[in-house]
Design a protein around this ligand. Structure first.
Ligand SMILES: [Zn+2]
Length: 439
């Protein structure tokens, strides 16, 4: 027995010695910079220093952004080659440096190709959209929307924006596309969907829209339109959106003008659209003109209209406090009908009571609910504008609305897609700016 013990002692010493030397030689890893923004669309070479005491490996998640070496040891330098971007949209890649149990990431965001003013005027915008699915119960498909629904909704919504419904609408030369990559440049498992489990079963949508804490759900507003899906505690509200800004000297009637650039990273609230998921599967057949008062598809189209700078088609009181409607053109579009919505609501309520409720109405009595009295021309019109409310066909935009949307696509901020002026060349400034939301 003794002999065996003596034999084991040096081995124990070796083992202990080994582990001692490892703990004093823990792998260290540090990169000199972790984030590169506004890389030129023409391509650039970036240099990053690596500080380490071990071997390391490098990988990229996008083939247009590569490194001169894929492995190294101890301190070193890597060159990141960013290829030319031939698309007019910004893109992102992530370089990952790994060593024994440690990882550092280098984020690279490249600008889209700059287009001329004329090219922008004719550009067919393809705006990436991400549905931020905020659910409590993973098995509840109203909260945790089925993946196929995202594409159904976007396909249907695009029909309004591209005049594909034969509703004498206009073609905005714009389509919404489901995002295919996340903000770091990784391919999304489900196009246009990012799922996050939350603790709340319901949330007040107005409070949600102004709460800085909810920035954690927001993807880069220069590259995505975020559509937040959750259950509103205000259950009769279908959707809500923020209005965009113009940046001086640019202006557009009715919108707040800022003299600085509200960068995504400086936002103090989640600039987005919110949709009440209670109605997420609720849609009428838009081709067959069946009517559904809580149809989610015109709701999304309507909220995206606000996000892109449109106001309600009807006349809203100039002075919110008095509430007196003076029939002003409050949407700054001459070709949308102007009617006093409050007067309509009063008439509608009385009319429905007089007919013992909507369900007891004949078809012709019901059809009268679609009539509006234009308060300028005093003629009756049938409302069909997406930016209308209540009982309306909600299936068309007008030329003036198209002009406003095209203006914001080309010059707005916090809206993805090619711009007349490169966003990065504008001054950034103080971050207290007026947030405006609209339902
Ligand atoms: Zn609205």
């Amino acid at each position: 027995m003794k002999t065996r013990l003596i034999f084991l002692l040096p081995l124990l010493w070796v083992l202990t010695g080994c582990s001692d030397s490892e703990s004093s030689d823990t792998a260290t890893l540090k990169v000199s910079e972790t984030s590169f923004k506004n890389i030129s669309a023409n391509g650039e070479t970036i240099t990053v220093n690596i500080q380490s005491n071990h071997k390391w490996n490098i990988s990229s998640n996008n083939s247009w952004c590569t490194t001169d070496i894929t492995s190294g040891e101890n301190n070193g330098k890597i060159r990141i080659e960013v290829n030319k971007n031939s698309e007019a949209y910004a893109r992102a890649a992530t370089i990952t440096v790994e060593t024994d149990g440690q990882q550092e990431k280098v984020s690279v965001i490249q600008n889209g190709k700059q287009l001329s003013v004329e090219e922008i005027e004719n550009h067919h915008y393809k705006i990436p959209v991400v549905f931020q699915v905020l659910y409590k119960d993973p098995n509840n498909t109203t909260q945790n929307m089925r993946a196929s629904r995202a594409s159904d909704l976007i396909v249907a919504c695009n029909k309004y924006y591209q005049n594909l419904l034969e509703s004498a609408s206009v073609d905005m030369n714009l389509e919404f596309v489901l995002a295919t990559r996340d903000p770091e440049g990784n391919i999304l498992q489900e196009a246009g969907i990012n799922r996050t489990q939350i603790n709340e079963a319901t949330m007040d949508c107005e409070k949600f829209m102004e709460n800085k804490d909810n920035l954690k759900y927001l993807w880069d507003t220069d590259r995505y339109i975020n559509i937040m899906l959750y259950t509103f505690s205000n259950e009769n509200i279908l959707g809500i959106s923020h209005l965009p800004y113009t940046i001086a000297p640019d202006k557009l009637d009715g919108l707040n003008q800022l003299d600085f650039l509200p960068e995504h990273s400086n936002l103090t609230y989640p600039h987005c659209v919110s949709i009440n998921n209670k109605y997420i599967y609720s849609s009428a057949s838009i081709e067959n003109r069946t009517y559904n008062s809580v149809d989610v598809i015109p709701t999304i189209a309507h909220e995206l209209g606000h996000y892109l700078g449109l106001f309600h088609a009807f006349s809203e009181p100039e002075n919110k406090e008095t509430g007196i409607n003076t029939c002003i053109d409050s949407d700054y579009c001459d070709d949308t009908p102007t009617y006093d919505r409050d007067a309509y609501i009063t008439w509608m309520s009385d009319y429905i009571i007089s007919k013992n409720g909507i369900t007891n109405m004949s078809q012709s009595e019901f059809n009268k609910l679609f009539e509006r009295l234009d308060c300028v021309s005093e003629t009756v019109s049938i409302p069909n504008n997406i930016m209308d409310y209540d009982i309306s066909w909600l299936n068309r935009f007008t030329n003036d609305q198209r002009n406003r949307v095209r203006h914001m696509l080309a010059r707005g901020v916090l809206i993805p897609g090619p711009k007349e002026t490169r966003v990065s060349t504008r001054a950034t400034g103080p971050q207290n700016f007026p947030m405006r939301m609209i339902k």
